[in-house]
Design a protein around this ligand. Structure first.
Ligand code: MUC
Ligand code: MG
Length: 383
C-alpha cells in the first residue's frame, strides 16, 4: 500500500501586476497555500489553497487554510492509503467541517499523486478530457474606466481574451453603470462584457442595476446580492433577461441543490476551492446539468497549481457554455510554475502529462515564500 507519509504547507505571497479593485477589497498581492504530499513510495502530489483579500471575500484565509491542514488534516491523513482518495477526503470532512479551500488543496495533491503514480492525468481519473483548450475571460478591475479600456484593447489585440468580467459594486449603482457603459461602447461587439458585484448590492439596488446593465447589453451579472438571499436572487433571475450567475452562494453540492431546486440562477460559477475539491465540484456540475443551469469555470485567482487542477476537471466537461476565467497566473507579477500554462487565441491550452500536469519552480517558491520569522504578517485592507 502506498501511504500518505507527509503533508507540508507553504504560504507564498506574490504581488499582482496592478491593484485588483473588487467591491470588498483591493488586492496588491495574492497569498497562496501550496501543499506538497509525500507518499511512502517516494512519489509526490501538489495542491493549492487560495482565497481572495485575506478574510474579506470569504471565511477562509491563507493562515486559516494552513492551520486547518497542519493542525488537523495532516495528522489525520498521514499513514492512510494514498491511493484511496475518497476514503481520505471523507475522513477529512469529519475532522474539519467547512473550510472547503483547505479540503480542496489537500484533495488536489492526492489526485495529483495518484495520477503521477499511475502515469495518467487527473482528467483521465475523472473519465477523460473532451477538450484540449477552453475559452478564458479576463477581469478588468483597475478601478479606472480608461485604464480598463486600454487593458481590454491590448488583450484583444494580443488575441489573449475577448470575454471581460468587470468588477463593480464599490461605487454607486449609477457610477457603476456609467463605467460599464463606457467600456461596452469602447469595445463594441468585439467582446462579451459581464460584471461581478461580489454581493455588494441590496435587492433594490440590484433591480436598478440589472435593468441598467441589461439596457447596455451586458451578457451576465454575477452574484449581485448577498449569498444567502436565494429568494431575492430567484426574483432577479426571473424578472430580467440578463443571465444571473451564482458564485458565493455555491459552497459545495448542498448549496448547489438549493439554488438549482428553486432555479434561483441561470448559471453556476463552479470553483474547485469553493466547492471543497474536484470531486465536490464535479457534483456541483452534475446538479447544474440536471437542472439545465449553465456552467462557467470560476477562479479564486489561484496561481499555477490550483489553476492547473481546475483545468484538468473542466477539460472533462462538455457543456461549458459560459467558458472559464482560469487566468489566475496572469494576474501575478511572477510565475511559480516550471512551465507556465499557455494562453493564446482567446483560450488556454490544457497541459498534458500525469497528475495535474504542472510542476513548481523551486527557486521561485523559495523567493516568494512567506518568511517564517515574520509571524506578524499583516494584510492592510484597502477598501
Ligand atoms: C470572483 O468573485 O469571482 C474571479 C475573478 C476575479 O477577478 O476575481 C475572482 C473572484
Ligand atoms: Mg465572483
Amino acid at each position: 500500500m502506498t501511504k500518505i507519509e507527509h503533508i507540508e504547507t507553504t504560504i507564498v505571497d506574490i504581488p499582482t501586476i496592478r491593484g485588483h479593485v473588487l467591491s470588498m477589497t483591493t488586492m496588491l498581492v495574492q497569498s497562496i497555500v501550496l501543499v506538497r504530499v509525500r507518499f511512502s513510495d517516494g512519489s509526490e502530489g501538489l495542491g493549492e489553497g487560495t482565497s481572495i483579500g485575506g478574510m474579506s471575500y470569504g471565511a477562509e484565509s491563507p493562515e486559516s487554510i494552513k492551520l486547518a491542514i497542519d493542525t488537523y488534516i495532516a495528522p489525520t491523513l498521514e499513514g492512510m492509503s494514498g491511493d484511496d482518495v475518497n476514503a481520505a477526503t471523507n475522513l477529512m470532512q469529519k475532522v474539519v467541517r467547512g473550510n472547503p479551500i483547505a479540503h480542496c488543496a489537500v484533495e488536489t495533491a492526492l489526485w495529483d499523486g495518484l495520477g503521477r503514480r499511475l502515469g495518467v492525468s487527473v482528467s483521465q481519473l475523472f473519465g477523460g478530457k473532451v477538450r484540449s483548450s477552453m475559452p478564458v475571460a479576463w477581469t478588468l478591475a483597475s478601478g479606472n474606466s480608461d485604464q480598463d479600456i486600454a487593458e481590454a484593447q491590448e488583450m484583444l489585440a494580443q488575441r489573449r481574451h475577448n470575454i471581460f468580467k468587470l468588477k463593480i459594486g464599490k461605487r454607486t449603482v449609477q457610477e457603476d453603470i456609467a463605467h460599464v457603459a463606457a467600456i461596452k461602447s469602447a469595445l463594441g461587439d468585439d467582446a462579451s462584457i459581464r460584471v461581478d458585484v461580489n454581493q455588494a448590492w441590496t435587492i433594490s439596488q440590484a433591480r436598478w442595476g440589472l435593468s441598467g446593465l441589461q439596457e447596455i447589453g451586458v451578457d451576465l451579472v454575477e452574484q449581485p446580492i448577498g449569498s444567502r438571499h436565494l429568494k431575492a436572487l430567484k426574483h432577479l433571475t426571473d424578472a430580467y433577461e440578463i443571465a444571473v450567475m451564482a458564485d458565493e452562494a455555491l459552497q459545495g453540492p448542498d448549496d448547489a441543490l438549493l439554488v438549482a431546486a428553486d432555479r434561483a440562477a441561470d448559471v453556476f460559477a463552479v470553483k474547485i476551492a469553493q466547492s471543497g475539491g474536484l470531486k465536490r465540484a464535479s457534483e456541483v456540475i452534475a446538479i447544474a446539468q440536471a437542472a439545465g443551469i449553465g456552467l462557467y469555470a470560476g477562479t479564486m485567482l489561484e496561481a499555477g497549481v490550483g489553476t492547473a487542477a481546475a483545468v484538468q476537471l473542466f477539460s472533462t466537461i462538455e457543456a461549458l457554455d459560459w467558458g472559464t476565467e482560469l487566468f489566475g497566473p496572469l494576474l501575478l507579477k511572477d510565475e511559480i510554475l516550471a512551465t507556465p500554462i499557455a494562453y493564446s487565441d482567446f483560450s488556454l491550452k490544457v497541459p498534458e502529462g500525469p497528475g495535474i500536469a504542472v510542476d513548481l519552480d523551486p527557486g521561485k517558491v523559495a523567493h516568494y515564500k512567506r518568511d517564517r520569522s515574520d509571524s506578524q504578517h499583516r494584510v492592510a485592507a484597502i477598501t
